[in-house]
Ligand binder design. Structure first.
Ligand code: NAD
Ligand code: DAU
Length: 350
């Protein structure tokens, strides 16, 4: 099986590529990535020379390039993760999100459709990796189900919702064999320090303020990234075509509580007196259209395909902080040089 994984140099994609390359030596894994500020080949150093792995640099928005790649490579399946992924950036530059997340996805669907039409036995599966943000925001009660109506609020979630609709349309209209999953907030190694957890780990290390939007009362459902990669493996191999699965950690936290826990953990790890890091917490202007609460009901995935999260939050946060403390060069690299302004932009946007 020759599988195209898009966005494999990014945060989640790098864990998916590693899992597939190491678990399935008989598969040929082709990682296609544009290497935007969020893509980093250092995430894949340990597998870059494996016989069943190849990297291709390219842009999914470039239809001619994508069509030629599919024609040459004759992929059997696609796992599509490439995206602009940061909500704050979508607020300042929505068009970039439309281009990559919507147009880029439709380009891949078109190229897959050509392969599938020519030989339905060759092209088996288009797996689209999406987000729980398409469902909008919850109040204090309730959870997102696979049947929850879409109600995206940010330009990011609107672009992801649009791409999900296109995937379903290609399944219904052209019988392209598609599967979608919608996952909650991931955390773990290789996460660019613009997102809440890695940003705060980096800022604590450097004694910089920890910017908490609004009152910090927004709730997210956190999942360790390697558990997400395991879920993608399960869904890719076992899901019936045309279906959707929610993926979540059953692990809801208010932002302020996440950051307090992180501060306490890092007081210990950095040998700072108890309470030192919490003094860095700074309440800043809220995100526009900030969704109050996300919570995923992942019962369908558990009952039908047997997947459950394996890493609890305290354990996962501990592993994550250790990874950042042990990989200072990685963090330095993505916050300096050509990357510096991406980190500073986020950091100074409030
Ligand atoms: P990320 O920003 O870390 O990585 C995205 C990758 O896509 C990068 O390697 C980047 O270089 C690549 N890319 C961007 N534009 C491209 C283009 N035009 N052509 C080719 N490659 C391009 O994102 P992530 O957090 O790893 O998210 C991966 C996927 O999972 C996204 O589709 C995202 O919507 C989805 N998702 C993320 C989360 C989360 O918590 N991070 C949760 C649920 C779903
Ligand atoms: O739910 C899945 C989504 O989770 C993914 O689809 C997105 O790609 C991913 O980025 C993430 O989106 P969020 O907006 O939830 O993640 P972020 O880390 O940006 O923010 C988490 C929460 O913390 C959110 O309520 C906003 C808040 N926040 C974020 C930042 C960056 C702060 O309070 N301060 C910050 O500096």
């Amino acid at each position: 099986m020759k599988i195209l994984i898009t966005g494999g140099a990014g945060f989640i994609g790098s864990h998916v590529v590693r899992l597939f390359v190491n678990t399935y030596p008989n598969y040929e894994i082709v990682n296609l990535d544009k290497l935007t500020y969020a893509g980093n080949l250092n995430n894949l150093k340990d597998i870059e020379n494996k016989a069943n792995y190849r990297f291709v640099k390219g842009d999914i928005v470039d239809a001619a390039f994508i069509n030629a790649l599919f024609e040459t490579e004759q992929f059997n399946a696609v796992i599509h993760l490439a995206a602009e992924s940061h909500v704050d950036r979508s607020i300042t530059n929505p068009l970039e999100f439309v281009m990559t997340n919507v147009i880029g996805t439709v380009n891949l669907l078109n190229a897959a459709r050509v392969l599938h039409k020519a030989n339905p036995d060759l092209f088996k599966r288009f797996y689209h990796v999406s987000t729980d943000e398409v469902y909008g925001a919850l109040g204090d009660e309730g959870m997102f189900l696979e049947t929850t109506a879409y109600d995206p609020h940010s330009p990011y979630s609107a672009s992801k919702a649009s791409s999900d609709h296109f995937v379903r349309a290609y399944y219904d209209t052209y019988k392209l064999p598609c599967v979608i999953s919608n996952c909650s907030n991931n955390y773990g190694p290789n996460h660019f320090p613009e997102k809440l957890i890695p940003l705060c780990i980096h800022n604590i290390q450097n004694n910089r303020p920890l910017p908490i939007y609004g009152k910090g009362e927004n709730v997210r459902d956190w999942l360790y990234v390697i558990d997400h990669a395991r879920a993608i493996d399960t869904i890719f191999h076992k899901a019936q075509l045309g279906t959707t699965y929610n993926i979540g950690g059953h692990n809801e936290w208010k932002n302020i509580d996440v950051i307090r826990l992180l501060c306490q953990l890092m007081d210990k790890k950095l040998n700072r007196p108890e309470g030192t890091n919490e003094k860095l917490i700074t309440f800043v202007t809220d995100r526009a259209g900030h969704d109050l609460r996300y919570a995923i009901d992942a019962t369908k995935l558990k009952e039908e395909l047997g997947w459950m999260p394996s890493v609890n939050f305290e354990e996962g946060l501990n592993l994550t902080v250790d990874w950042y403390l042990n990989n200072k060069a990685w963090l330095h690299n993505v916050t300096s040089g050509e990357y510096q302004h991406y980190y500073e932009q986020q950091y100074s946007s409030r």
